[in-house]
Design a protein around this ligand. Sequence first.
Ligand code: TXA
Ligand code: MG
Length: 317
Amino acid sequence: MQTILTESPETAAGFLNRGEVVAFPTETVYGLGAAICHPEAVKKIFLAKGRPSDNPLIVHIRGKEDLPSVAGEISGFARKLIDRFFPGPLTLVFRKNPDVPDSVTAGLDTVGVRCPSHPVAQEFLRLACCPVAAPSANISGLPSATSWETVHRDLDGRISCILKGGPSDIGLESTIVDCSGQLPLLLRAGAITLEQLREVVPETRLAAPPDKKEPPKSPGLKYPHYAPSAAIVPCAPEESVPAVPCSAYIGIGEAPPGVEKAKLCRDLREYARELFSFFRQCDDQNIRVIYCELPENHGLGRAIRDRILRAAGSYQC
Ligand code: TXA
Ligand code: MG
C-alpha cells in the first residue's frame, strides 16, 4: 500500500471518509484514525499497529455537541470536567452509546472520548463524516510517535495517509479519567494533572495499582508500553550511576559522567515533550542503556514517571 503524505486536512479526511486509516497530529501524540461509521476501517487500525484486539480505542470528537452520539448518560461531575478541560489532553470514559461499534470498544460497555485542541486535528475532525477512533500512531509496544516522521518510519506502507503537522506540543498521551462510576477515577496520568482534576472535582481518586487477579480498568495498561530497544534505568536526581558504554541520560538535573548522549531539559514540560523522541533517537544511535531521572510523583511529574516506569518494565500509575 502506498502511504500518502499531506498537509491538507481535506485530502486526509477524504481518505478517512472512504474507509481508510489516516494518521493525524494532536497536541498529545499523533493518532491513527478510522471513522467509527466504517467498522471495517476500525479493524485496519489493529492490523496496521499489530494491536491486540481486546485493547479498546479512544473516540475523538469535534466538541461537546458530539458527545450524545458516542456516550450514554453523563454525570454532573463529568460535565464539570468537560466544561473545564474540553478541548484538550483529557480522555473521559463513559457508558457507551449502543451505536458505537464493538470493534472500537473491544466489547466493553464503556467508551473513552477525547476532544483534541490541536487546530489541525480540529479541522480534520470537522471534515470527518463521523467521530474518529484513534490509538497512538505507533507500532504496538513502541513509544508513541510525537512527529509525523516517526509515524512514517513505523507505519509507511501500512496505512493510506499521514496528515503532517508539527511535533506534538505535550509529547505524552492524554490523561484518562473513568467517569462511568460514582466518582472520577484517574486511569492514566497525563498533562491534565491529578491536582488540576481535584480543583474541579475534589473527590477524584487514583486507580488502584493492577492486581494479577483482577483485569486492569484500562485494558491497555496490561501490555508492555513505551519501550525502546535500549534498557531504561530510572535514577534519582544527581544519583551516581555505573558508567557503561553506549549509555545515555535524559532529565532535568546534570548528566552523570561518562554518558555518550544527554538531553538536559529546562523543566517538566520540556521533559514530557522530549521523552519519547529521545527514546527513538537513542535506538537510532544504538544506545544500550538510557538513564532517566525520575521526577516526583506530583503534577506533570506523575505522567513522566509513569511512562518511564512502564518503559523500564516496572508498573506504577
Ligand atoms: O493522547 C491520547 O490519548 C492519544 C491521542 C491519539 O488521542 N491516544 C492514545 O490512544 O494514547 P492509545 O490507544 O494508545 O491509548 C488509549 C488507552 C489504552 O490503554 C486503552 O486501553 C484505554 O485508553 N481505553 C480506551 N477505551 C477505554 C475504556 N472504555 N475504558 C478504559 N480504558 C480505555
Ligand atoms: Mg498507545
